[in-house]
Write a protein that binds this ligand. Sequence first.
Ligand code: FFO
Ligand code: ATP
Length: 284
Amino acid sequence: MTIPWAVASSATAVLQSTSRFFFTRSAILSRQPSPCSATVTMSNAGEQNFISDAAHLETIFKQKKALRSVIKRDLKSMDPTLRSQEDEAIQRIVLEAPWFKSCKGLCAYISCSALREVDTTRILSHILRSHPEDFQMRKKLFVPRVEDRNRNMRMLNISMTEDLITSSMDILEPAPVDADGNEREDVLFANEPVDLLLLPGLAFDKAGRRLGRGGGYYDTFLSRYEELAKEKNWKQPLKIALSYSVQIVDEGTIPLTPNDILVDALVSPSGVIPISPTALEICH
Ligand SMILES: Nc1nc2c(c(=O)[nH]1)N(C=O)[C@@H](CNc1ccc(C(=O)N[C@@H](CCC(=O)O)C(=O)O)cc1)CN2
Ligand SMILES: Nc1ncnc2c1ncn2[C@@H]1O[C@H](COP(=O)(O)OP(=O)(O)OP(=O)(O)O)[C@@H](O)[C@H]1O
C-alpha cells in the first residue's frame, strides 16, 4: 500500500486552480501531491507557524471542496442505466463476499438517491429479512443518525425498515427510540463489537483516501470507534467504502487533512480493491 503521508499539492497549483470559477475534471484530478505535511511550517516563529498551518489547511479544504464539485457533477451526469448496473454489481459483490457473510454486526449507510450514493437497499433488506424465525442469528445492523451540526453522528441499531424516518437532511434515519419507547442501542455503547463498516463518500483512491461530504461526521465517528475498539481490546472493524467507477480518482488527487481516516478496501463494480494489510490478507 502507498502510505499517503503527503497530503496536498503545492499551494501555487491550488491557488491557480481554485481562483477560477470553473473546474474541469482533468484540472482537479491531475494534481500531484507534494512532499509536504498538513503541519507544514514556513518559519521558526511559533505564531507565524500557526498562521501558515491554518492557511495551509484552509487551502487544502478549498481543494477538497473543488474536488467534491467535480465528482458531484460527474455523478449527476452518470447514465442511469450504468448507475443501476453498477449498483447491482457492487451490492452483489458485497453480498457474496466472505467478509460480509461471516460478519456478525455492522454499521452501514442508508443510501440516498438524491445524493447519488451507491445503493445499499439490497444489502440492508437482505440483512433485515434474514432469519425471521430467529433474530439472534441475524447480523446486527447499526445505521447513522445525525445529532447536530457539530460532527455528532450516532450509529443506532434497527431491526426493520419501519424503524426509519426522514431526517431534516432528507436522508432516512432511525428515530432515537423504538416503537415501544425504548432507546435504541448505540454502537458506541454496545457490549459486542461490529466487524464491518460500510462507508459512503464522494471520492476514493486506491491508497485508501476517502473524501466525504464535508461534514466531518464519518471521520469523527470512525475515530471514536477506533478508540473504543482499542480500549476494549476488540479487533478493529473492516472499513469498506462502496464506490461507483467514476468516484475512484488517481492517487494524489484527494488531499488529506489530519483527521482523515483511511479505508481498508473499496468495492467497485469491478470487484473488491483491498488496500490495508488486513484487507489484503482477508481478500486473498
Ligand atoms: N446515506 C448517508 N447517510 C449519512 C451520511 C451520508 O453521507 N450518506 N452522512 C455523512 O456524513 C451523515 C449525514 N451527512 C450529510 C452531509 C451532507 C449532506 C448533503 O446533503 N450535502 C449536500 C451539500 C450541502 C451543502 O453543501 O450545503 C451534497 O453533498 O450535495 C447530507 C448528509 C449521516 N448519514
Ligand atoms: N475526528 C475529528 N475531530 C475533530 N474534527 C474533525 C474530525 N474529523 C473531521 N473533523 C473536521 O470536520 C470538518 C470536515 O472535514 P472533512 O472536510 O475532511 O470532512 P469529510 O471527510 O469530507 O466528511 P465525513 O468525515 O463526514 O465523510 C473539518 O473541519 C475537519 O477538521
